[in-house]
Design a protein around this ligand. Structure first.
Ligand SMILES: NC(=O)c1ccc[n+]([C@@H]2O[C@H](COP(=O)([O-])OP(=O)(O)OC[C@H]3O[C@@H](n4cnc5c(N)ncnc54)[C@H](O)[C@@H]3O)[C@@H](O)[C@H]2O)c1
Length: 67
């Protein structure tokens, strides 16, 4: 699913902004079905709280040194 399908799906984005920048997704944040949470995917409590009942989870978080 691309973010374009967010018109029909609720999309939750988790990013700790370690290297990512909020400005890169600013255009998505006004969408009523898109939620942004600043947090880490290593935070199990956050994941358990956020994703019960999710149809899918797309893991794109990456820590790439030197980037
Ligand atoms: N960009 C490409 O062309 C490409 C090609 C093939 C595969 N990939 C893979 O896709 C994935 C994403 O690539 P990208 O180019 O979007 O990387 P990116 O570095 O642009 O984005 C990674 C994001 O992960 C976030 N992040 C890092 N640690 C986190 C954590 N613990 N919790 C939450 N968020 C965290 C960063 O803040 C950043 O926004 C990587 O695994 C990469 O290896 C990328």
């Amino acid at each position: 699913m691309g973010l374009r399908e967010a018109q029909e799906q609720d999309v939750v984005i988790i990013d700790n902004l370690a290297t990512g920048r909020r400005v890169n997704i600013e255009h998505l944040l006004d969408h009523p079905r898109v939620t942004f949470i600043e947090g880490s995917i290593t935070d199990l409590d956050l994941l358990m709280e956020t994703f019960p009942g999710a149809d899918g989870i797309f893991h794109q978080a990456a820590n790439r040194p030197g980037r």
